[in-house]
Design a protein around this ligand. Structure first.
Ligand SMILES: [Zn+2]
Length: 72
């Protein structure tokens, strides 16, 4: 089988970026500080911040920020 250098219609396979869940955890002393987690999916599923709201990528839960005066 001859492998052509130009393959049309097929993209080169790229590995998915790994989950960066560990960035959501911070340990301060004895406490574990976690980011906002999804109320529907439970702890472990974090909400992503964007456009002034939190969004769950798993169940598509969206939580709007109630406090808008938190800008410094
Ligand atoms: Zn969720």
């Amino acid at each position: 089988m001859v492998i052509k250098s130009k393959i049309k219609g097929k993209k080169a396979h790229k590995n998915k970026p790994t989950s960066k869940k560990y960035t959501k955890y911070k340990i301060e002393g004895d406490k574990i500080i976690r980011e906002r987690s999804c109320p529907r999916c439970g702890p472990g599923v974090f909400l992503s911040k964007g456009q002034g709201r939190f969004y769950c990528g798993k169940c598509h839960f969206t939580e709007f920020k109630a406090i808008s005066a938190k800008k410094e």
